[in-house]
Design a protein around this ligand. Structure first.
Ligand code: SP5
Ligand code: ZN
Length: 341
């Protein structure tokens, strides 16, 4: 399988607010380095660099002002004489004004964020842009007739919506890629999200659309981040009603239980008969993941890849989460190997 990779992800390495303390993000450069090493060790296939795309491609799914904010946040932060990572500390909650964008950088950070897991550093924008470009390059390959490709994205994207960042995500790489496939002629695209966390950003971006179906298996939001979206009754709205499918699963879910939900999800995808599938590939469903609560084992990821291959659709894998760095390469590449076998 073709892998698309850039070492620009090293430019992004920040801190998050966790358990009341500022700590290095679990989402760290070693993650992508470990996956790349495994891709090479397993001789998965050619590794290419991404093309560069204009911001106008990102604004197909994100608002213009949000993308401009991401681009300029660090310099606005630095202009305040600050040197540490920029993090939001204030959020507009129920009944406050969200129709007026604050001018102060602290106001803007909360306005465009859902949590304090999205540090902005000097190199963040360049890494974020490169990550989206990996997914876009993969989408171009699929649109050009390649049966499958792997965008080794970092930072991840699925928590980012049209106008906010969150959960280590800034631009929604999978959504940008799915939209690119539509823009290149696909009539129907599915985003299947197998990250442990619900892909709230992707769901929200496509919620009222029938041309991009969103399907997600994840930890039940009653107990797991992102907490405020990802319930079973979220089915889409307007023309998009019936084109959103959530499978919230309990803590401790192992492959035996996971595959039952997966089989149902795949059946819905097959019935929809998409022209292409984008996989939001998180491997934080692993039994030893430090922040998640499922119990998948190394070999289960081979089965996951085989199951995805049974759809027999052009498939773009977009890397999302997975925080057990020692095993992230094995697990991610097992999905890709399972898909190819
Ligand atoms: C892309 C992705 O996987 N983002 C995940 C962001 C999760 N951020 C909040 C995690 C909170 C987990 N708290 C669990 C405590 C375990 N000791
Ligand atoms: Zn995740």
């Amino acid at each position: 399988m073709l892998t698309i990779y850039s070492d620009k992800h090293h430019l992004h390495h920040g801190t998050e607010l966790k358990d009341g303390k500022l700590k290095p993000c679990f989402e760290m450069p070693g993650r992508a380095d470990t996956i790349l090493a495994r891709v090479q060790k397993e001789a998965l296939g050619e590794i290419i660099a991404p093309n560069a795309y204009p911001v106008s491609v990102y604004t197909r799914v994100h608002s213009e002002r949000y993308v401009r904010f991401l681009e300029s946040a660090w310099s606005q932060w630095q202009a305040m004489g600050r040197q540490h990572d920029a993090l939001p500390l204030t959020w507009p909650v129920r009944d406050m004004r969200t129709d007026i964008e604050p001018i102060h950088i602290d106001g803007k950070l909360g306005f465009y964020a859902m949590d304090a897991g999205v540090p902005i550093t000097a190199g963040t924008w360049e890494a974020v842009k490169s990550s989206a470009d990996l997914a876009l390059t993969g989408a171009d390959k699929i649109a050009g007739g390649l049966p499958a490709a792997f965008a080794l994205c970092r930072p991840p994207g699925h928590h980012a919506a049209s106008e906010y960042m969150g959960g280590y995500c800034y631009l929604n790489n999978a959504a940008i890629a799915a939209q690119s496939l539509v823009d290149q002629g696909a009539k129907k695209v599915v985003v299947l999200d197998v990250d442990y966390h619900h892909g709230n950003g992707t769901q929200t971006i496509f919620y009222d659309r029938p041309d991009v179906m969103f399907v997600s298996l994840h930890g039940d939001p009653l107990h797991s981040y992102p907490y405020y979206l990802g319930h079973k009754d979220e089915a889409g709205k307007g023309e998009g009603l019936g084109f959103n499918h959530n499978y919230p699963l309990p803590h401790g879910t192992d492959w035996a239980h996971y595959q039952i939900a997966l089989a149902d999800a795949l059946q819905k995808i097959q019935a929809y008969n998409p022209d292409a599938v984008v996989i939001s590939l998180g491997v934080d469903t692993f039994e030893h993941d430090p922040i998640s609560q499922f119990k998948l084992k190394n070999s289960d990821y081979l089965s996951l890849g085989q199951q995805i291959a049974s759809l027999k659709k052009p498939t773009l894998f977009v890397m999302e989460g997975g925080y057990m760095v020692d095993d992230i390469g094995i697990n991610a590449v097992n999905v890709l190997k399972g898909f190819e076998n």
